[in-house]
Design a protein around this ligand. Structure first.
Ligand code: ADP
Length: 371
């Protein structure tokens, strides 16, 4: 058995321990007169300890907090215990410190024991953080509104440009030479791309503004609907999309989880390797205290150096002449997982790299909670 170490009994260990404590420890009379206190008091109120002994707690407490402190002392006198009592102490220089007190009354000794913790700094940081979060939310809302209005208002003049260009093409086709028709074609193509960009921006902004309705999302059902929407792209690419195992349900907003699945599968089909029909697999498995949904393809893969960048707005690794797109799809996916308190990441290697010709990519989206 281990023996208690022998220490010098003549040393006043208690006082040393009290002096070391970062808190405010004191024994006071029922009237709040401080009888014994540790140096924590002196540090907190900025006065020498000698000045504080015998002084009343009410000389130190902010006048607005005096009544609650009086009630606290009464409770302690009646033999009760107190915890989490917040009050402000005034420093010698007039500034304030916020202290949380706990205490115990001792009827036999006609005194109360108080233990306080100066929480001024943590409160200040909390307030500062709350203020910043509020500011961020305001900026975010403004941006949200701006994105929505801008994309909404841009759609109208764009519709006008497109329809007049198409009219010109139809009505004057016979009078125009080959070059003029080609120019009109470029302009119509540009207007269509701009329309897609506006639609994608609107989707992105809606993901942020839409009120989340979290419920159990049956992924098998959802996948069926998503595949229906992607029918044409899947058929044109000769793709095979399947979910070989049981799909675990996700706790989330069905519309947004569906949007995420749609973007990931659409990409898996789009970024196919030349001469290889896309094979896409969807899985959903419990992972920690959440569920991980994954979409794997056998496509062109992603250079590991860009695996994080692709989730940023407008980030694309290929030109439009190679693969169509706006670079918003994965930013939408990340916004969806962010809003759910989850995360999204990609695993991949470039086809033809060390990992072999069939590298492909896997995108994982993790959602917290189990339905
Ligand atoms: P878009 O598809 O409109 O280009 P995304 O935001 O969906 O925009 O994707 C960003 C970029 O990430 C793509 O341009 C592409 O370079 C890369 N990427 C996304 N999905 C895949 C995938 N399954 N395989 C290979 N590269 C991909």
């Amino acid at each position: 058995m281990e023996r208690t170490p022998t220490i010098d009994p003549t040393t006043d260990h208690e006082s040393r321990l009290l002096a070391l404590s970062p808190g405010l420890l004191a024994a006071a009379g029922f009237d709040g007169r401080l009888a014994v206190l540790n140096p924590g008091w002196s540090r907190t109120v900025g006065r020498p300890s000698e000045e504080l002994v015998g002084c009343s707690l009410f000389d130190l407490v902010h006048p607005e907090d005096a009544d609650p402190v009086r009630r606290m002392l009464e409770r302690l006198k009646a033999g009760g215990e107190v915890s989490g009592h917040v009050c402000r102490l005034l420093r010698a220089d007039g500034s304030e410190r916020t202290v949380v007190f706990g205490g115990q009354g001792s009827a036999g000794d006609a005194c109360v024991y108080l233990a306080g913790e100066d929480v001024s700094e943590s409160r200040r940081l909390e307030d500062e953080l709350a203020r910043r979060a509020e500011g961020l939310e305001r900026v975010n809302n403004d941006l949200q509104e701006f994105a929505y209005i801008a994309s909404h208002d841009l759609a109208e003049p764009l519709r006008m440009v497109t329809s007049y260009l198409e009219l010109l093409e139809r009505r004057y086709a016979g009078q125009l030479d080959e070059t003029a028709r080609e120019f009109i074609g470029f302009a119509v193509g540009g207007a269509h791309r701009m329309r897609t960009l506006i639609d994608d921006l609107l989707t992105y902004s809606r993901v942020g503004s839409h009120e989340l309705e979290r419920g159990p999302v049956d992924l098998a059902d959802l996948l069926g609907n998503v595949l229906l929407g992607l029918q044409r792209a899947i058929a044109e690419a000769g793709a095979q999309v399947s979910a070989p195992g049981t799909l675990a349900a996700v706790k989330g907003d069905a519309t947004q989880v569906g949007q995420l699945l749609q973007n990931l599968i659409a990409n898996a089909v789009k970024f196919r390797a030349p001469g290889r029909a896309p094979v896409v697999t969807v899985t959903s498995v419990p992972d920690g205290d959440g569920v991980r949904v994954s979409v794997t393809d056998n496509g062109i893969g992603i250079d590991p150096a860009h695996r994080d960048r692709i989730f940023k707005m407008f980030a694309r690794l290929h030109g439009r002449d190679e693969y169509e797109g706006t670079g918003i799809g994965l930013a939408v996916c990340r916004r969806i997982t962010d809003r759910h308190g989850g995360r999204i990441w990609a695993e991949s290697a470039v086809a033809g790299s060390d990992c072999g010709a069939d590298a492909g990519s896997t995108f994982h989206a993790w959602f917290p909670g189990r339905p």
